[in-house]
Design a protein around this ligand. Structure first.
Ligand SMILES: Nc1nc2c(ncn2[C@@H]2O[C@H](COP(=O)(O)OP(=O)(O)OP(=O)(O)O)[C@@H](O)[C@H]2O)c(=O)[nH]1
Ligand SMILES: [Mg+2]
Length: 391
């Protein structure tokens, strides 16, 4: 179900619905019908118009559908009113609900699972209605109920408590992560970020020569992973693969995935990967830039890399306002140029120095090797050259 509000257009809403259909497919559902309504503003009770609710119910019945997915954020009471208008047992969710479902399915690490549970509970607490199965029964029942409190409030309180526990656990994981990070600190850190399905994991495999999950599905990657990569000319860096961006990602979700994205935000060089063969790639780039900005990442750190050029033939796009690199992560085209650009950026980082030692500089060389972090060593006929990072 899509709604064309005043500020948007039918074409945009259709494109967003195509993406929503992909999300539904990833979550294991099958799209059987689509409905779009144009309205100047959402109906406070049912989001779409009352008449449209009837039309939707007819369509659901005709198709034997079991789930209605809204592309826009809908509130708990709107869900309730909408579900009341549908045939029995038909559920109503929004885009955020589907994304959460996918995240729950894909979460592997303890961190991702904790983040997903926290995000799900926050989502739930805003949508708790009287039909909710009482949580207090699981949590010991008698004694947990405050005097005069309604069941609903008790449930909400229990959920908030659980959210608090999860938040603490996440902080602890984040502390462990920052310890690990400081151990790697001296190595230049490159993060691959970008819209979901842009090809980040494919590029990660190419750069780090490891195998990872690459899928033509949304959110194949949920956990940030970091590996060592050779950039050529003897230079090494760490490269991080990260969770993808998507439009209309609700704020509370972004917040719970912040620490996963923190890996990206903390990187010194950000490769913002874009699927240039996607008709909406400029929009994807903009969504990514907005998220990066909200994480406090400066533009100057980012290198825009246009991927999947193998699909475009001669008509590779360019951008007037900034330098870009065009690649095909799948075929391996353009990777030498990308590595060269990354080397230039690494060499321009603070603390990086190139030291040269002639044949007589043996003791100085020994000292440098002991004191500095060596990112590259190059041998030539008249001595040795070290690229070091001052701590
Ligand atoms: N034609 C073509 N396909 C590519 C290229 N790079 C990646 N793909 C395909 O695009 C799909 C998504 O690739 P991934 O590497 O999983 O993308 P991702 O950005 O890691 O996606 P998420 O983890 O879901 O955010 C896969 O089917 C890849 O094979 C490319 O250069 N050309
Ligand atoms: Mg991936």
């Amino acid at each position: 179900m899509g709604v064309v509000l005043r500020a948007s257009s039918r074409a945009t809403v259709e494109a967003h619905l195509d993406e929503l259909a992909q999300l539904v497919d990833t979550a294991g559902g099958v799209e059987v019908a689509r409905l779009v309504q144009e309205r100047s503003s959402p109906d406070p009770a049912t989001f779409i118009g009352r008449g449209k609710v009837g039309e939707l119910a007819e369509l659901v019945k005709a198709q034997g559908a079991t789930l209605v997915v809204f592309d826009d954020d809908i509130s708990g009471s709107q869900v309730r009113h909408l579900e009341e208008g549908m045939p029995d047992g038909v559920k109503v969710v929004d885009r955020a609900g589907v994304i959460l479902d996918i995240f729950a399915m894909r979460a592997r690490s303890r961190e991702a699972q904790t983040q997903v549970e926290k995000a799900q509970l926050s989502y739930l607490v805003s949508r708790l209605t009287r039909r909710w199965v009482h949580l207090s029964r699981q949590a010991g029942g008698i004694g947990t109920r405050g005097v005069g409190e309604t069941q609903l409030e008790t449930d909400k309180r229990l959920i908030r408590k659980r959210i608090g526990v999860l938040a603490e656990r996440l902080q602890e994981i984040e502390r462990e992560r920052s310890v690990q990070r400081s151990r790697r600190e001296a190595m230049p850190a490159v993060a691959l970020v970008g819209y979901t399905n842009a090809g980040k994991s494919t590029l990660f495999e190419r750069l780090t020569r490891t195998r990872t999950l690459v899928e033509d599905r949304l959110f194949a990657t949920l956990d940030a992973r970091v590996r060592r990569a050779e950039l050529g000319d003897g230079l090494v860096a760490t490269v991080a693969d990260t969770v993808g961006f998507i439009r209309k990602l609700p704020h509370h979700l972004v917040a719970s995935f912040r620490s996963t994205l923190a890996e990206a935000a903390d990187a010194e060089i950000i490769v913002h990967l874009v699927d240039a063969s996607h008709p909406e790639w400029r929009d994807h780039l903009r969504v990514g830039e907005e998220v990066l900005e909200s994480l406090g990442v400066g533009r100057e750190k980012c290198l825009v890399v246009l991927n999947k050029l193998d699909r475009l033939g001669e008509s590779a796009p360019t951008m007037a306002d900034r330098p870009t690199v065009g690649i095909s992560a799948k075929r391996g085209d353009g990777l030498d140029l990308l590595r060269a650009r990354l080397r230039e950026r690494v060499l321009a980082l603070p603390g990086i120095e190139v030291l040269r030692f002639g044949p007589e500089g043996g003791s100085e060389l020994q000292r440098a090797l002991a004191l500095e972090v060596v990112l590259a060593r190059r041998y030539s006929h008249d001595g040795i050259e070290l690229v070091v990072r001052r701590r």
